[in-house]
Design a protein around this ligand. Structure first.
Ligand SMILES: [Zn+2]
Length: 349
């Protein structure tokens, strides 16, 4: 059995390498993996940073009684390094999708602790390949604020990953203010990732994967719109929020929000600026697939607000770097910023 066959069998058998960095590196070095793509812009090497990359920590989800059936792509295993190298991703900012907002305080406390310690250990083991966002139990906003602070100060994590609502409550609800206040005070990035809209499952059932294809960007659009219209972004103007999937539908139909303020003027009286102007203080990943999509996102938000995101290990796009390199109208400086410069600054890399 050669090493490649062993790795293949090991992954089939559910053996994974999250606890053995040296093994992973050794196995990787000896496999016939593709060479690491070195991304350059204008002859200058760029350190690429993927803001949207998933991981699971099986021992943490087990505490919730959930068997996550880890694959060699979902944990830190040779497969991940191979793919990163092939795609030209020097670093991933790891996040875990929040599926723990309905669990009780004791389990949530323990689970988040295990999760954040494991993320910290991964980042410490591979400091040139990973940083990570802390997980937080947002159903307990004060606790979430403490977990964020501990994640940053004790575990060297670079922000937090959150969902788009908490059991149906919008994150603009003032009960979440302690979390937003802490995030603003720490100056860290909050990465928001949607998980669909369960209330719409019936409408979105059937062909096309619509619960994901439409449900996810729609949830992001709703999340961001509430933060804008309910005044959360005015209350905490220093917040740094990055929305997955290019911000969902909001940037592509943003002007309607401004015209909403003509149509429903009373609702916007308290806002400090026009709804579209808030897009220039929000951050987005580049997952809009086409050069025209990226050109438009830049036009709405500005180059400084965009970072590459692959959605690893989900097979949406393998050409994230080329998408940026091939978008007309971007200068070399713009490309460097989107490919890694913006993320390096925000994530303090
Ligand atoms: Zn994702």
């Amino acid at each position: 059995m050669n090493r490649r066959q062993f790795l293949k069998d090991a992954s089939t058998a559910g053996i994974f390498f999250s606890s053995c960095g040296a093994c992973a590196r050794r196995a990787f070095a000896q496999s016939s993996a593709p060479k690491r793509r070195q991304v350059t812009v204008g002859g200058q090497r760029v350190r690429t940073i993927d803001i949207h990359a998933h991981v699971i920590i099986p021992e943490a989800t087990a505490l919730m009684g959930v068997n996550t059936a880890p694959t060699d792509a979902s944990v830190i295993a040779p497969k991940r390094f191979e793919t990163m190298d092939e795609w030209g991703m020097d670093m991933q900012a790891l996040s875990i999708n929040a599926n723990w907002y309905s669990i009780d305080r004791n389990v949530a406390t323990k689970m988040i602790q295990v999760q954040n310690e494991a993320l910290a250990a991964l980042c410490a083991k591979y400091p040139d390949r990973f940083v990570a966002f802390a997980s937080v139990a947002l159903q307990f906003p004060e606790l979430a604020a403490e977990q964020l602070e501990e994640g940053i100060k004790k575990h060297n994590l670079r922000g937090a990953a959150i969902g788009g609502h908490v059991n149906g409550d919008e994150l603009s609800n003032p009960k979440f203010d302690p979390f937003w206040k802490k995030a603003e005070e720490l100056g860290c990035l909050i990465f928001m990732h949607p998980q669909g809209i369960p209330e719409m499952d019936k409408r979105l059932a059937g062909r096309g994967g619509l619960t994901n294809v439409i449900g996810n960007p729609l949830e992001t659009t709703i999340f961001l719109s509430h933060l804008i219209f309910d005044g959360t972004l005015d209350k905490f103007p220093g917040l740094k929020i990055c929305a997955a999937h290019g911000g969902g539908y909001l940037p592509s139909y943003a002007a309607r929000s401004d015209y909403g303020c003509v149509r429903f003027a009373g609702d916007c009286k308290a806002l400090k600026k026009k709804p579209t102007e808030y897009l220039k203080q929000l951050y987005f990943d580049s997952m809009v697939f086409t050069p025209e999509g990226l050109r438009h996102l830049v036009a709405e938000s500005g180059v400084s607000q965009i970072m590459i995101g692959t959605d690893y290990p989900f097979p949406w796009s393998t050409t994230t770097v080329d998408h940026v390199l091939n978008t007309p109208g971007l200068t070399d400086t713009d490309k460097r910023a989107i490919l890694g410069g913006n993320a390096a600054k925000l994530l303090k890399i």
